[in-house]
Design a protein around this ligand. Structure first.
Ligand code: 5GP
Length: 254
């Protein structure tokens, strides 16, 4: 296979040049970081599982008309995506109090919210992803007011759909983070869902037991991280064929 040019290496993924103009290859690593890289580790098989879970969710969202960057899965750890201009804003949707919201307002984790809340954070490792408002986003030209209307409405649709999807497999969607990008098509710009949706970026709790099935197990040293990610994939019906032994996959190409 021809060697590909690496475009970008993030904390959990590597982006390579794609086979055709306007495409990229997104490679999912097992590396895990938390608290802005202050905590680092490896979750064996995570890349394989997140590749599958993100594919599954993006395809389902595509089916209900949410535009996404996803084209197709290439192999265990790689997917072909459309090249988009990432908007430097992390969109967090919350249904239940947890994580930074529990801390900020000294509220008990697990308190249901009376309505879903959408928050924005500026994507900046140097600044520790500060919380921002739509005012900052439009004033600093990170996105236009029209783009923000689209982003807000897509975020709520994605939330509504995923709440139901996860509830169907006994999982409460507590909160999640998504990113959007601009896609140029015939001189027109469209906002599309980008990055990934996986247990790295969602809080997923078992409905019956409140057991955490997400990256908080890594962040909080709770153990059973690999099992939790596999459990989500198993319940979605997408555990790779060889099961857990099939999770290591090929190494990152440099
Ligand atoms: P919190 O603000 O409570 O730390 O996170 C809210 C939700 O967004 C959680 O589901 C968390 O996993 C996700 N999230 C927030 N920031 C990041 C980030 O930088 N990377 C990833 N993967 N997820 C994030």
């Amino acid at each position: 296979m021809a060697r590909r040019r690496q475009i970008f290496e993030g904390k959990a993924k590597v982006i390579f040049e794609g086979p055709e103009p306007g495409t990229l290859v997104q490679y999912f690593k097992d590396d895990a970081t938390a608290f802005n890289k202050k905590k680092k580790g490896v979750i064996t098989g995570k890349g394989v599982i997140n590749n599958r879970i993100s594919e599954y969710l993006m395809l389902k969202l595509g089916d209900i008309g949410v535009p996404t960057h996803f084209v197709r899965r290439l192999n265990m750890r790689e997917q072909l995506i459309r090249e988009v201009e990432i908007i430097p804003v992390e969109v967090v949707v919350r249904n239940v109090v947890a994580g930074s919201m529990a801390k900020r307002f000294a509220m008990a984790e697990g308190t249901p919210l009376p309505r879903s809340i959408v928050e924005y954070y500026y994507k900046s490792d140097e600044l520790d992803d500060p919380m921002i408002t739509e005012e900052h986003i439009t004033a600093f030209n990170w996105a236009t007011p029209q783009e923000m209307d689209e982003i807000m409405s897509l975020a709520l649709r994605i939330n509504d759909f995923m709440i139901g999807l996860f509830l169907g497999i006994g999982i409460r969607l507590v909160d999640f983070k998504i990113e959007f990008g601009r896609l140029w098509e015939n001189e027109q710009v469209r906002i599309v869902l980008a990055d990934e949706i996986s247990p790295d970026s969602c809080r997923l709790w078992d409905v019956e037991t409140d057991k955490k099935l997400d990256k908080d197990r890594f962040r909080r040293d709770m153990g059973g991280v690999e099992d939790a990610y596999q459990e989500v994939a198993r319940r979605l019906g997408i555990l790779p064929e060889g099961g857990p032994s099939d999770m290591k996959g090929p190494e990152t190409m440099q």
